[in-house]
Every structure is written in C-alpha cells, then in structure tokens.
Write a protein that binds this ligand. Structure first.
Ligand SMILES: Nc1ncnc2c1ncn2[C@@H]1O[C@H](COP(=O)(O)OP(=O)(O)OP(=O)(O)O)[C@@H](O)[C@H]1O
Ligand SMILES: [Mg+2]
Length: 334
C-alpha cells in the first residue's frame, strides 16, 4: 500500500544542511499497522511527511496504493492526498469551529453537498464515540476527545491510509490506551493501513504488526513486533525495548546463583500452558523463577522467564530438550 524507495531528505538553511533521512526503502502492506520508533531528531516526522509529500523528498519515489505521488502535478496530488488521512500530536483543530464543523472541513473542501456532509459527519461522530459532543468547541474537550475529532476528520474522505504523528504523545496513559484501541478498531472495521510514529515502545507493542527503528535518519532494525521485541539486535532497539520490559540484566545473577541459569521465551498460546512444570515434575530437578514477564503484544501473548535449575545435570539437559520440543526458545544466560 505504501512503497518508499531510496527516500532521502536534506534540509538546507543558509550554508548549513541536515540530512534528516538517508536512503530509506520501506514497503507497507494493505491493512497493516506499521510503527516507526526513534528518538527525538531521528527523522520520524520527516519520513512520515514524505508519504503524503507534505515534505518533498530530496531523492527517491513515494507510491501509495500503486500510484506514484512524486512527480504528480499539484491538482492530481491534491486529489490523491484525500486517500491519505493524517493526525497530529497537538490535534491541529480549528479553535473557532465546532466538533461537527472540524470534521466536516475536508468534506466542504471537497465540495460535497450539505446533506451528504451531515450524514457522513454523523457516521464519523458515532465511529469515534463523540455523538454527544457535536456542537462543542475544541476548548471544551479533553485531549482524548480532541484526538477523536482529529481521527474523525482524518477519516472523513474514506482514506486508504492513516498517518499518525505522535498521536498519543500529548495524552495520559489511560487516554493513550483508549485512543490506541480506537485506532485498532478502525483498522479492523475499515481495513485502513496505519503508519504511526512514536518514541514509546508501549504504543508499538499495543497495536503494531511490524516496526522499524530509525536512528540518525536510517532504519537500523525492522521486523515483526514480536521478533523485534523479544530479540532486539541494535543498541537503540534494546534501549526502546527496555522502556517496557521492566527487567534487569540477568547476567548480574550469575555471580550469586549456584544453579544453571536459563532464559525461556514463550510466544503465543503456549504462554499459558504449564510446560515448565510438566517438564520438571518427574525429575528431582528444582527450579526457581528469578525473573519473569507475561504480557501481550497486540493479540499475541508472550512470556520471558529467567529460571535457575538445581539438580542432576543430565536431568536438567533433558528438561531443556523437552521445552525445546514444545516450541519454546531456550537459551543460556551468559
Ligand atoms: N524544516 C526543517 N528545517 C531544517 N531542519 C529540519 C526541519 N525539520 C526537521 N529538521 C531536522 O531534521 C532532523 C529530523 O527531524 P524530525 O522532525 O524528522 O525528527 P523526529 O524524529 O520527528 O523528532 P521528534 O521526536 O522530536 O519529533 C532533525 O535534526 C531536525 O532538526
Ligand atoms: Mg517528530
């Protein structure tokens, strides 16, 4: 649905120049929720804004829904942009217009008949749960409600793609979760492709299917959220993952524990099965959980444990082999 090829963006201000994005290739499928995470200044907003050409890339091509946007004449680009909605960290609502008029704005620009606009806005108000707020002004709304207006406005022209620039960064954790659920719901109901940028791993873990980590204008890691989350490779990725995995480095335990320390990763439904207990119960091996998380990513449960095994080395080996045959990822803490 979105194809970026060799996208670079260099900003020039006077004699200085900043290479904000460096030769990025990225392909995002229809209906996917794709997250881009990175630190401040990494180039996230710049990259996102090249997708609808709010930012003209210095090199490369942008295709959305099979149509190459780079190089289109202004009028045609304007029309293609209606297929791409966008929401912002600070909502960007019209302060002097009611909720209804804010949502109606893009439809008025598209010169839809009044009755059609009214009907469409009613639909959108219901979709985002603001039926009772139609005649209010932005100043009378909470942050979460303002973002709902932003979402409704972005969806007004039935876009195929929704771009989200730090859409939850101005919101408290509870409101963040409510907005993330709404995005997930919209993705399921409408099949819309969502590309979001964030500096919060929690956002990625909650709703994204795939993630790219961006650092210094380059993608340093990319993959399914489950894989990136459980096996981060790049130092920046590890740092982001540690935001949500409230765990310490189990190697610290090696000096103080006598037994064999093993890491176990569970993914999917096996997370909730008593595999460890079953594997150990007919042996004399004792095990202690030294560290553990059981949580979920979007719809996938997962667990990460650090276990200390004490007992006969041969029996411990047999337990590890049994866990591996059940599909668990088992490795030494070393
Ligand atoms: N209009 C501009 N003119 C000059 N430099 C810019 C412009 N916009 C962004 N930059 C620079 O490009 C780099 C990337 O900026 P960008 O806004 O894309 O980062 P970001 O990852 O979105 O950061 P944040 O998390 O703070 O929003 C930064 O070094 C920034 O200073
Ligand atoms: Mg930004």
């Amino acid at each position: 649905m979105i194809e970026l090829a060799d996208i670079s963006k260099t900003y020039r201000t006077g004699s200085a120049s900043v290479e904000a994005i460096k030769h990025i290739d990225l392909s995002i499928g229809k209906g996917e929720i794709f997250g881009i995470i990175g630190h401040s200044g990494a180039g996230k907003s710049t990259l996102l804004r090249t997708v609808n050409l709010l930012e003209q890339p210095t090199t490369g091509t942008v295709k959305v829904g099979g149509v190459e946007l780079t190089g289109l004449p202004a009028g045609r680009l304007q029309r293609e942009r209606r297929r791409i909605g966008m929401i912002f960290q600070h909502f960007n609502l019209l302060a002097m217009a009611t909720v209804r008029d804010n949502i109606a704005f893009p439809l008025k620009l598209a010169k839809l008949p009044k009755a059609a606009i009214r009907a469409r806005v009613d639909e959108l108000l219901q979709l985002v749960g603001l039926e009772r707020h139609a005649e209010m002004y932005p100043a009378q709304l909470s942050g979460g409600q303002k973002q709902r207006v932003g979402i409704a406005r972005a969806l007004a022209s039935n876009p195929d793609v929704l771009l989200c620039d730090e859409a939850t960064s101005a919101l408290d954790p509870q409101t963040t979760n409510a907005i993330l659920s709404l995005l997930l719901d919209i993705n399921k109901k409408l099949g819309i492709t969502i590309l979001l940028i964030t500096h919060e791993m929690h956002v990625i873990r909650s709703i994204c299917d795939r993630v790219a980590v961006i650092d210094g204008g380059e993608i340093v890691e990319l993959g399914d959220v489950v894989d990136v989350f459980l096996k981060p490779q790049h130092p920046t990725t590890k740092e982001f993952v540690s935001q949500v995995a409230d765990t310490f480095d189990p190697r610290e335990l090696l000096a103080t524990r006598k037994g064999r320390l093993i890491r176990i990763n569970y993914i999917g439904d096996i997370t909730y099965e008593p595999l460890l207990f079953n594997a150990a119960k007919s042996t004399s091996v004792q095990f202690t959980i030294l560290q553990g998380t059981v949580s979920r990513m979007k719809n996938t449960p997962y667990g990460q444990l650090v276990i200390e095994f004490l007992g006969d080395p041969g029996e411990i080996e047999a337990i590890i082999a049994a866990l591996k045959t059940k599909g668990l990822e088992v490795g030494e803490v070393a």
